[in-house]
Design a binder for this molecule. Structure first.
Ligand SMILES: [Ca+2]
Ligand SMILES: [Ca+2]
Length: 76
């Protein structure tokens, strides 16, 4: 029960973080509106994302993140 309460609190804190909330919105991160997210676009919202993390999330190696690839990265 205690663990559950801590999880709820942690989620509330995360949800209240503007960068995290924005990161949940693919269209908000895709600032040039081309339908994919480049590394430059993601670090503008989430400066902590490293090139390695980006490359890892880029499952098909296209150099940009699709909505599906981005969802996995943002969900971590
Ligand atoms: Ca883009
Ligand atoms: Ca990709």
């Amino acid at each position: 029960m205690k663990t559950l309460q801590i999880t709820v609190v942690a989620l509330s804190i995360l949800a209240a973080t503007p960068a995290f909330a924005a990161a949940q919105d693919f269209n908000a991160v895709d600032t040039d509106g081309n339908g994919t997210i480049s590394y430059e676009e993601i670090v503008a919202v989430l400066p902590d994302v490293s090139k390695d993390q980006f490359a890892e999330a880029d499952a098909d190696g296209s150099g940009e993140l699709s909505a599906e690839e981005f969802a996995k990265l943002a969900g971590e």
